[in-house]
Design a protein around this ligand. Structure first.
Ligand SMILES: [Zn+2]
Length: 193
């Protein structure tokens, strides 16, 4: 009973302190660009982008997530895609409405193939069911590559719709996790030729 009395006497938090609005906080944390990725760009041909999107759409078939890995060249902050590897070609991707997987065995055999062919891991791309294109906690924890500057794109609507950089989620690995580019910034960072 004494405890209850003591606790009741504790001062209430001052609710009149000025606060940053929640919108300001999330805006700053989402779009503020870390210096370490100030110059990063991802280059690819329209042919390889279309091949990637067609493969994802076909595999997703309107009901499950699908994914692919991009490999190619790294030259300082400039990454160039030369080759695409689909999860479902590398292993049973266990694609479901809200998830997919890349087995450890598939990862290591991919690493070996890339090393043999002189290709570097550039990024990955996967589909989500609707317009939400953030990285889920599982996506963020994906340990395919933790190099600063590794790209991770998310395509909405299981890649059924026409490619539009404004609706895609464009993320890049930074030392503190992942950074998502704003749509206008993403258009400057993803170079399709
Ligand atoms: Zn995801």
């Amino acid at each position: 009973m004494e405890t209850t009395k003591t606790m009741a006497k504790e001062p209430k938090p001052n609710l009149r302190l000025p606060k940053l609005s929640q919108a300001d906080v999330s805006f700053a944390s989402v779009w503020l660009q870390p210096e370490e990725i100030a110059n990063d760009q991802l280059h690819m041909s329209s042919g390889i982008l279309q091949r990637t999107l067609t493969g994802l759409k076909k595999r997703s078939a309107g009901w499950r997530e699908s994914g692919a890995i991009w490999a190619g060249d790294l030259e300082e902050a400039q990454s160039t895609v030369r080759e695409v590897f689909f999860y479902h070609d590398l292993c049973d991707d266990l694609g479901r409405a809200l998830s997919l997987e890349l087995s450890e065995a598939a990862k290591f055999s991919l690493y070996r193939e890339l090393a043999a062919r002189g290709l570097k891991l550039v990024g990955m791309i996967h589909t989500h069911p609707k317009d939400w294109v953030e990285l889920s906690y599982i996506d963020q924890a994906n340990q395919l590559c933790s190099r600063i500057g590794f790209w991770s794109l998310v395509v909405p609507y299981y890649a059924k719709r026409e490619w539009d950089i404004n609706t895609a989620g464009v993320h890049i690995r930074i030392s503190q996790g992942w950074h998502r580019f704003s749509p206008s910034e993403a258009a400057e960072r993803i170079i399709i030729k």
